[in-house]
Design a binder for this molecule. Structure first.
Ligand SMILES: [Zn+2]
Length: 270
């Protein structure tokens, strides 16, 4: 039986493409910084939000197209019969983007000293910097999530697909590595067989992403057996040895086990 893994070359390429797209997006977002006029925040913040959301739409379209191409190529390579078109979902709603950017900019507004956040006590220049950094995380997640949702949606709809898995980088954070070590999440009990997972409640946790996360979602098709990459197998081993059976504390224990025992750590990984 053919195997598919989170460490396969196409998964690496997909992650690299997402990273490249994030870079382009952030470069463009940074160019909009000049729209934020310190002396006219009331007017300029909403205008800036609108311009940033415009960029999100453009880049999300690319992310969706990239993900659809990746999915269809993986499907072809797996030899799944029949044709399937991976269509991106509805574009990320304006509301979601707006609320994210409002959250990112909330410390720009003055507030009564008694209830101000530590950032609000800083000079405006610092607050602008913080807002920019938060906004970059928000838009990166919006755009890359859109691509990842395209793959998940295709897995859900495609009768030729049985599962998806998360592909995390060697230098990824402990949360991502933990999710990647979980392996394939099956669409339903029939496709899961004895691989059914027992680690977390609900399959959705494998598809939760944080800001600035570059993890990819890899589809698994009928006739394929999912196999953890060597690094994900090691994360799985560390999880089982040091963190399993400690609900509520497993991420902390796993993070510590990674720091002490992972043979693949990269500088600055943690
Ligand atoms: Zn992560």
């Amino acid at each position: 039986m053919a195997t598919v893994s989170d460490g396969d070359r196409p998964a690496l390429r997909m992650r690299a493409a997402q990273r490249g797209l994030s870079r382009l997006l952030l470069r463009d977002v940074r160019l909009l910084r000049r729209l934020l006029v310190p002396s006219r925040l009331q007017v300029s913040v909403p205008a800036w939000i609108a311009a940033v959301l415009e960029l999100v739409d453009q880049h999300a379209e690319t992310a969706g197209a990239l993900a659809a191409d990746f999915y269809e190529a993986q499907r072809d390579a797996a030899g799944v019969p029949g044709r399937f078109v991976a269509e991106p979902p509805e574009p990320p709603g304006r509301e979601q983007g707006e609320s994210g950017l409002r959250w990112a900019t909330k410390d720009l507004w003055p507030r009564d000293e008694a209830v101000a956040t530590p950032v609000q006590a800083e000079p405006l220049e610092v607050r602008l910097e913080v807002a920019q950094r938060k906004a970059e995380g928000v838009v990166q997640k919006l755009v890359v999530d859109y691509g990842r949702q395209t793959v998940r949606r295709a897995v859900d709809r495609d009768r030729g697909a049985v599962a998806y898995a998360r592909a995390a980088a060697l230098g990824g954070c402990s949360f991502c590595k933990l999710m990647a070590s979980r392996g394939a999440v099956y669409k339903n009990a029939q496709t899961a067989g004895r691989d059914a997972n027992d680690r977390f409640e609900g399959g959705a946790s494998v598809a939760k992403f944080h800001d600035n996360c570059h993890c990819a979602i890899v589809p698994v098709f009928r006739g394929q057996r999912f196999e953890l990459s060597p690094q994900a197998a090691e994360w799985d081993r560390l999880y089982r040895e040091y963190a399993a059976g400690h609900p509520g504390d497993q991420l902390r224990l796993f993070r510590r086990a990674l720091a002490e025992h992972d043979s693949n750590p990269l500088p600055g990984s943690y």
